[in-house]
Write a protein that binds this ligand. Structure first.
Ligand code: UTP
Length: 292
């Protein structure tokens, strides 16, 4: 079955990025000049996704405005002959069919995904977390869909992380199959240091079968009083095959300050219009800081 639909949960509170996220969704914070969420929507669209459901919440209205058509702005850009900008604006509203549903309370990622039950309509669907950006030659989701076409079951996007960082992620317990694939027997959400079953972490990309909704219905609030997607995926792994795929690409957690800064600098350095001047500035700043 073709993966046509994607869900982007973007209803979290973004507490790690306060005060910026008090009134602005963290998914709208830009990397250079493009909101994080646009990189994610572009990744989904380039992987052939036709319909995207963004799970939003309070203070997230800017997300809908961003992906909507802006007649006044487009008319002004046309009048003033700024055709490059005009084209860029038109491309944003044509990326995919974007739908929205509000998660009334931030009760966890599992609860957010459950809000997509009616959208999924019993089809397997993709999930891209609103604060995980992956820079890859072949878009991460396209790689995952390629694997889904072979394995035809739930696939979690994973990468190995340093042992010292396993406590920040959902960690899989599984068996390596080769060719970057694992079978997943179990998972642990944010294991206490030294207790992780592996160093293979789930990083913001999933393809999930609709059986997950039944698993979510059976899932009670876990860590932090939230409905954890990891807990529902554990149940799913007991009912049907769950795989993990070690995707190729550089992943940034832009919901953390360090990840955001790294992505901003590295994305700026990849831009032809910014690279030379920005690199010179960075070198000068680093030299001055080192000399202090
Ligand atoms: P995070 O835990 O990274 O997001 O959730 P957060 O809760 O906004 O972050 P902090 O810790 O408070 O800074 C991963 C993804 O799940 C979404 C978030 O928007 C993010 O994209 N999410 C999380 C929801 O949509 N709803 C929730 O209840 C929780």
């Amino acid at each position: 079955m073709k993966i046509r639909k994607a869900v982007i949960p973007a209803a979290g509170l973004g507490t790690r990025f306060l005060p910026a996220t008090k009134a602005i969704p963290k998914e709208m914070v830009p990397l250079v000049d493009k909101p994080t969420l646009q990189y994610i929507v572009e990744e989904a669209a380039s992987a052939g996704i036709e319909d995207i459901l963004i799970i939003t919440g309070r203070t997230k209205r800017a997300i809908e405005d961003h992906f909507d058509k802006s007649y006044e702005l487009e008319t002004e850009l046309e009048k003033s002959g700024k055709f490059d900008y005009l084209e860029t604006m038109q491309e944003i509203s044509n990326l995919a069919n974007i739908h929205y549903v509000r998660q009334k309370e931030a009760k966890g990622l599992g609860h957010a995904i459950y809000c997509a039950k009616f959208f999924a309509e019993n089809e397997p669907f993709a999930v891209l977390l609103g604060d995980d950006v992956v820079d890859a030659q072949t878009p991460c989701l396209a790689q995952m869909i390629d694997r889904f076409n072979t394995y035809k079951s739930t696939i979690l996007g994973v990468q190995a992380v340093p042992d010292s960082e396993t406590s920040k992620y959902g960690i899989i317990k599984g068996e390596e199959l080769g060719d970057r694939m694992y079978t997943v027997h179990d998972m642990v959400e944010k294991p206490a240091p030294g207790t992780a079953p592996s160093n293979v972490a789930v990083l913001g990309r999933y393809i999930i079968t609709p059986e997950i909704f039944r698993c979510l219905e059976e899932t009670t609030p876990g860590a932090g009083g939230e409905i954890q997607l990891t807990d529902a995926l554990r149940k799913l792994a007991k009912k049907e095959s769950v795989y993990a795929y070690d995707f190729i690409g550089r992943r940034y957690d832009v919901g953390s300050k360090q990840g955001y800064l790294e992505a901003t600098v590295e994305f700026a350095l990849k831009r032809d219009d910014l690279r030379d001047e920005f690199l010179q500035y960075l070198k000068k700043t680093v030299a001055q800081t080192d000399a202090k």
